[in-house]
Every structure is written in C-alpha cells, then in structure tokens.
Ligand binder design. Sequence first.
Ligand SMILES: [Zn+2]
Length: 311
Amino acid sequence: MTSNMDVILEIQSQVKDMKTKIVFTHVESHQDEHVPIKELPIRAQLNSKMDKIAEKQYNFSINEHYKKMPHLPAQQISFSSPWHRLTNNMESEFSRSRRDFIGEKEALRGWNIKETLAADVDWTSLEQSIRKWPKYGRGTPIKCLHDLWDTTKRKKDWQQTDSDTCPLCNVKVESTSHVLRCTHLLMVAARNSEIEGLNRKFKAANTDPKLRRWLMVVIRQWLQEFRVATPQRMRGYKKIRRAVLSQMEIGIRNMFKGILSSKWKRAHERTLKKKYGHFVSGDSWASTISHALLQMSIRMWNTRCQIVHAN
Ligand SMILES: [Zn+2]
C-alpha cells in the first residue's frame, strides 16, 4: 500500500467522473516559507492554503476528527476503530493504530474500565493534561495514573511488609483510593483545602456554575465515601446528567487520575456554543480539569508521605 492510497484513488475516481479536461502540473510545496504568500503565483498560493487546511484537520482532536472525516465519496473500504479512521500513510498508520489499540486496551484493563466504554474516555484531555508536566517530570503523573504509589497495601502485595493498614489512621487498608479518603486529621485538612482549590480552578476555567456544582458534588461525595448522586431529569441538566452517569460507568475513582468522560467536555461545549454562537472545542478546558484533579491526587500522596516520614 502506498501512502495516501485512499486519497489518490479518490482523486482518480473524481477525475474519471468529470467531463472537463484536466491538466496536471507539479507545484513545489512550502513556497510560502521563503516568500510572502501574496507575492507567489496563484498555484503556489492555493497549495499553501490547502496545506493549512490539511494541518488543521490533522491537528484536530481524534474525537472531532473522527466525526468530521466521513468516508470519502468514492471509497469502498476504510480502516477505522473507535479511536481512529485511517486516511493517509496507510501502512505506518495501520501499525500505529494497532499498537495504540493494544496499549489502550491494556490501560483500560488496569483502570477497570470496560472495553466498550473506550470511546467515552476523554483520551485527548488526559494526554494534554500529562503533557503539562515537563518531559522528564512525567513519571509523577504516570505513577498516579497507573496506581503505582508505594502504599502499605502495595508493599504487602509485594511481601515487603506484613500489614497493609494505613500508617496514618491505623484503621483501613491503605489502597491508593484510601490515600485520597484517609480520615487522619492532617489528611482531612489537606483534602478540604484541595477541594476548595479545585472549585477555584474550575471557576477560573470559566466552567458554567451548574456544571461546576455537579463536578464538585461528584468529587466531594466520592471523597467522603457517599453514594454519588445524579442530577434530576430537568431542563438544562441533560448534558450534565449524561456526564455524571458516564463518569460513574468509567469510574469516579478514575477522575482522580485525570481520566474523564468526554461527556463533561460535551456539556462545557454546549455553554461555549451558547456564548459564542458556534462550536468551540472544549479540549483545553477538559485538560485543565483533568490536570487539576491529577495534581490534587499527587499533592495528597505527597502530604501522606511527609506525615509518614515525619513520624
Ligand atoms: Zn488512613
């Protein structure tokens, strides 16, 4: 398979159907890199314009890309998965998507997320949120993401200690979830200030008050080990309700690893659309939310370690 095979076939088929005579000329690419675009011949101008459109399409998040890239009209067959539709560089993209697919399947298993929910996971914001850490500091969020904190539970699982009880409250098993929910006085204080911090960050990210309230309800209830409530079926809450239900399926615990349902983003995009009158991507908002939650978890773990080592 040559690269861009589907696109070339598409052009050939379009050309065949056209009644007009078509002449092909070679146009050197990227001419606008050296000469101002307005001074270039019309063909070179059109070429750089097409480049910009292609680049925009390529850089769009996968979810949007998936929706905006229908089958090409003459295409008989295309390769797609819930995450990708291959449109160019068939051979290398095919191996890449296969590799990513296996990686994602493996990750989902680790997070206790059903494979059928893969398309509901906001992969884009998760990736962007981890990229906010400098390249050589990404071990910290990755450890949090894959439950690799050295808790007493983990130490017992690895037979490094006899007890898996939390060294702070001495009551419960110290799982990674427990670190976030521990009732030791200092942990409660740290958690309360983290919760306030999240609310401030969500506000600063221009989250709609209703959406922010529900994000906070879900977060608070899970941290306090309450049953997580869902919004009533009411006007103006449809998207929020969907987001809460979807996050419950993906796992509320996973929110604290920065793994969000993409339906939160959809809910935010609705407010953006109301505000600006057209579609605006919620990617950057969602990565801010994901990043804030990851940071919170990491700081809770750091606090835990400080208390343990001070004793
Ligand atoms: Zn504890």
